[in-house]
Design a protein around this ligand. Structure first.
Ligand code: SF4
Length: 253
């Protein structure tokens, strides 16, 4: 069984892909997981929580990928290294995650070791795990790794588009152009190789578009943060001295 796959879109571009399940769930053995610890509004409009990603065999494969990394990270790492030794990966691209994210520092570190050991292969990723990347990747990134920080998560406020390569999901192509951002619609590799900042047109999934309500994910997330802050301020102004209920009134993500 091959670990790296190509869906129709990535195959057209010659890109291989490694997938985990999106967001949170329960493994067949009953363990809970959250593969996207810094998810924010994105989980409400995540393309990987829709369509073919929900087919039982697809979901089972992604969950088995996750279980392997959780239970035997060194064994999984060796299996990926073995697969990447094949000549088809020389000068090839691997997208790390078309769903899921770098859910732990150990898992991210395992990928960094893989990249350093397979420098004839090029790797790229979108991620919302900004703090982990600041700590583990940015000081000394592998030369064959490209990444883009994507808005819509709980760490959005730590991003600086003047310094960081960032991507945002827009309602459509017109709104990307109007904002002066650069669409990656023609090739997913534009997200890491093309001009920045990067705009991604929302998938044409009606109930997700309704939730997005014409906003960019960064603005959607900022609105959620502002509303939460307003609730906290309101709670503080009505709380009696010594009453600390406002510290625990944040809504769950
Ligand atoms: S981080 Fe990515 S995969 Fe996870 S819920 Fe958000 S959009 Fe989906």
């Amino acid at each position: 069984m091959t670990l790296l796959r190509q869906n129709r879109e990535l195959k057209r571009l010659g890109i291989w892909n490694w997938s985990l399940p999106a967001f949170a769930g329960k493994l067949p053995d009953g363990r809970n997981y959250n593969v996207c610890p810094s998810t924010g509004v994105c989980a409400k409009a995540c393309y990987a929580r829709n369509g073919t990603y929900l087919f039982p065999q697809v979901k089972a494969r992604h969950q088995e990928n996750l279980r392997w990394t959780m239970d035997d990270l060194p064994g999984w790492q060796q299996a990926i290294l073995d697969e990447l030794s094949h000549k088809r990966f020389v000068d090839a691209w691997v997208r790390i995650h078309d769903s899921g994210d770098f859910y732990s520092r150990a898992y991210l570190s395992a990928w960094l070791e893989i990249m350093r050991a397979r420098q004839r292969t090029r790797f790229y990723a979108y991620t919302k795990e900004v703090a982990a990347f600041r700590e583990l990747v940015e000081p000394d990134p592998p030369p064959n790794f490209w990444w883009v920080y994507s808005y819509g998560g709980t760490q959005d406020s730590t991003l600086d588009p003047a310094v960081d390569r960032v991507a945002d999901v827009f309602p459509d192509e017109q709104s990307i152009a109007a904002a002066g951002w650069h669409s990656q619609e023609d090739s997913d590799l534009l997200a890491v190789l093309g001009p920045a900042p990067v705009g991604i047109p929302a998938n044409n999934i009606a109930h997700f578009k309704a939730r997005q309500a014409g906003r960019r994910w960064s603005r959607w997330r900022a609105g959620v943060d502002a509303a939460r802050a307003a609730r906290r301020t309101g709670a503080r102004s009505t709380a009696a001295p010594g009453d600390d209920r406002s510290d625990t009134s944040g809504s769950p993500r």
